[in-house]
Each structure stands twice: as structure tokens, then as C-alpha cells.
Ligand binder design. Structure first.
Ligand SMILES: Cc1cc2nc3c(=O)[nH]c(=O)nc-3n(C[C@H](O)[C@H](O)[C@H](O)COP(=O)(O)O)c2cc1C
Ligand code: SF4
Ligand code: SF4
Length: 268
């Protein structure tokens, strides 16, 4: 179905209850690609959409999502897995046979075991997986698929939601792609950001770092750093960056290697 057809289908609905009445959006998204994708469900005609952003460095409390009609979980792919620091946060989300969808954004290389890993957490916590979307997105590093997910990607994703929500009550579930054992990965950053003289000591990067890696002096980045580049992307003064020839070489190589566009995939 083309995106325009999707809009027409929506306009045929007589009331919001033809879809869902309450949807929870749960995402870990250091640089915003996953947030952008998952948030697009908010444009569907639902009665309520509640958002749980579990990216910041705060203790995520155990959260009962069984009262929602549908839950969307979103995570980026890090080295073919979901980010290690997000695992315990997703595990706090509890359902009770609650239908859900998984949205994985990845930087045009590969998603490997990440959908299966996120799906295993969701299933173990009482969710029924009704669909999985793997979205080829702008990579954190280099110049790869800039701007994705873009409006065409979002239109595809909304179409997927629409079909999936319509089948939410059916008993069938989807097995997410991925293999066992999951890939073994190194979670520590190879390249850590440094701080230049533009810094105004506003403290935003300290508060927002997903793993509390930025010390009070702002300049010191400890070994918790996962290289997510949230601080680099969000600093209003452009004071954070990775300054290393080896990093520039890595970005160039990666950009060349991943220059061919990958398509989004939807499993329903
Ligand atoms: C540490 C790290 C590892 C990554 N590993 C992969 C990977 O294995 N495959 C891939 O295609 N993209 C990879 N990426 C790119 C991200 O998955 C991609 O840019 C994602 O959309 C970022 O999501 P966010 O903007 O919600 O944080 C990696 C990014 C980082 C920071
Ligand atoms: S967000 Fe930027 S300006 Fe603010 S403390 Fe961090 S580095 Fe400094
Ligand atoms: S210090 Fe490291 S982990 Fe923290 S936001 Fe910056 S890149 Fe991400």
C-alpha cells in the first residue's frame, strides 16, 4: 500500500476505536533516530499515546504497561545487539499478554541479533510480538544515509503500524530476526569525545549522557562511555567532538563501505 493509500484507509475509519485506544511508546535513543521513528505512531488516531523515554541516566522504575492496548519498543542497533545499557531498562517494562511492536534503527550496515534480543526481553516480560520493523537510518558515525529515517521511511513505518494494529487481537505472533547465541560485543567506546573552549558549562551533557560517563568537570569522560555521540550531537555550543586522526579515518572508511542504501524491512 502506498503512503497515500494509507492516509485514505485511515480516513475510512469511523472512530478512533477502529484502531487502538491507548498506546505506550518506549524507546532508548541517544541521537534521536529511534525516537523519530517510534514517535511517528503518535500521528495515528489513537485516544492516548504515552511516551517512556528510557535514554537518560536515570533509574527506570518497574513499569506496568498491561493497561495499554498496544506497546511499541524502540532501540538502536549497536554492533548487532541492542545497547547493553538499555537491556535492564527494557526489562523493567511489564505486560500481560499485551501486543507489541519492535522498531530497530540501524546505520545501514546490519541489524544482526538486535531484534531477537529486544524481542526476547519483551516476550519474557509478558508481551506478544505482533510486528518487527528494521529501519535503515543515518549512522552515528561518518556520512551515511543522512536524514534517515526520512519522511518516506516514516510513511512506510506508519503503513506497517496500521496493518499490525488491525491484527493486534489475533493470536499469531512474530519471531524477530536474529540468532543464538547473540553476537559477543565490546561495549566500551573506541573513541571518546573531548571538550573545546566553547563550553559554557551548562551541564546538559552531564545530565543527558545515557551512562553517566561525563564527570562534573565536563572534560573528563570516564570508561562508561559507549560512544553514542549524544553529547556531540546535542551540545548547543558544538563544544564536544572526537578529535583523532584514527577517528576521521574510521569515519571515511565506514562511509565508503556503507554507501549503498539498504531498505527498511517489516515482519508481520
Ligand atoms: C556504538 C555504536 C554501534 C553501532 N553499531 C551499528 C551496527 O552494528 N550496525 C548498524 O547498521 N549501525 C550501527 N550503529 C548505528 C546506529 O545503529 C544508528 O545510527 C541508529 O539509528 C542510532 O539510533 P539513535 O539515533 O536512536 O541513537 C552503531 C552506532 C553506535 C553509536
Ligand atoms: S552541553 Fe556543551 S556547553 Fe553544555 S556543558 Fe556540555 S559541552 Fe559544555
Ligand atoms: S560521553 Fe560517551 S556515552 Fe556519554 S553521551 Fe557522550 S558519547 Fe555518549
Amino acid at each position: 500500500m502506498a503512503p497515500t493509500a494509507y492516509v485514505q484507509e485511515l480516513s475510512k475509519l469511523t472512530s478512533t476505536s477502529d484502531l487502538m485506544s491507548s498506546i505506550a511508546l518506549v524507546y532508548f535513543s541517544p541521537t534521536g533516530n529511534t525516537k523519530k521513528a517510534v514517535s511517528s505512531i503518535g500521528e495515528l488516531p489513537c485516544v492516548t499515546v504515552k511516551t517512556f523515554d528510557i535514554t537518560g541516566n536515570v533509574e527506570v522504575p518497574e513499569t506496568d504497561l498491561s493497561g495499554f492496548d498496544f506497546v511499541v519498543f524502540g532501540a538502536p542497533v549497536y554492533a548487532g545487539r541492542i545497547p547493553a545499557c538499555s537491556v535492564d531498562r527494557f526489562k523493567k517494562m511489564k505486560g500481560s499478554g499485551t501486543p507489541c511492536a519492535l522498531v530497530l534503527t540501524y546505520g545501514n550496515r546490519a541489524y544482526e541479533d538486535a531484534p531477537r534480543e529486544l524481542g526476547d526481553i519483551a516476550e519474557a516480560n509478558g508481551f506478544r510480538i505482533k510486528g518487527v520493523a528494521t529501519m535503515a537510518s543515518q549512522h552515528t558515525y561518518g556520512q551515511i544515509q543522512l536524514g534517515r529515517p526520512n519522511k518516506d521511511d516514516i510513511a512506510e513505518l506508519q503503513e506497517f503500524y496500521f496493518h499490525m494494529l488491525a491484527k493486534a487481537e489475533e493470536p499469531e505472533t512474530v519471531i524477530p530476526p536474529g540468532n543464538y547465541p547473540y553476537k559477543v560485543v565490546e561495549t566500551k567506546a573506541k573513541f571518546k569525545p573531548t571538550t573545546n573552549g566553547n563550553c559554557l558549562a551548562c551541564g546538559m551533557c552531564i545530565r543527558d549522557c545515557p551512562v553517566g560517563a561525563i564527570e562534573e568537570d565536563i572534560k573528563t569522560v570516564n570508561d562508561n562511555c559507549i560512544g553514542c555521540m549524544r553529547c556531540v550531537k546535542n551540545c548547543p555550543m558544538k563544544a564536544k567532538s572526537v578529535v583523532a586522526d584514527a577517528f576521521s579515518d574510521f569515519e571515511k572508511l565506514l562511509s565508503e563501505r556503507l554507501k549503498n542504501r539498504k531498505e527498511n524491512e517489516f515482519f508481520v
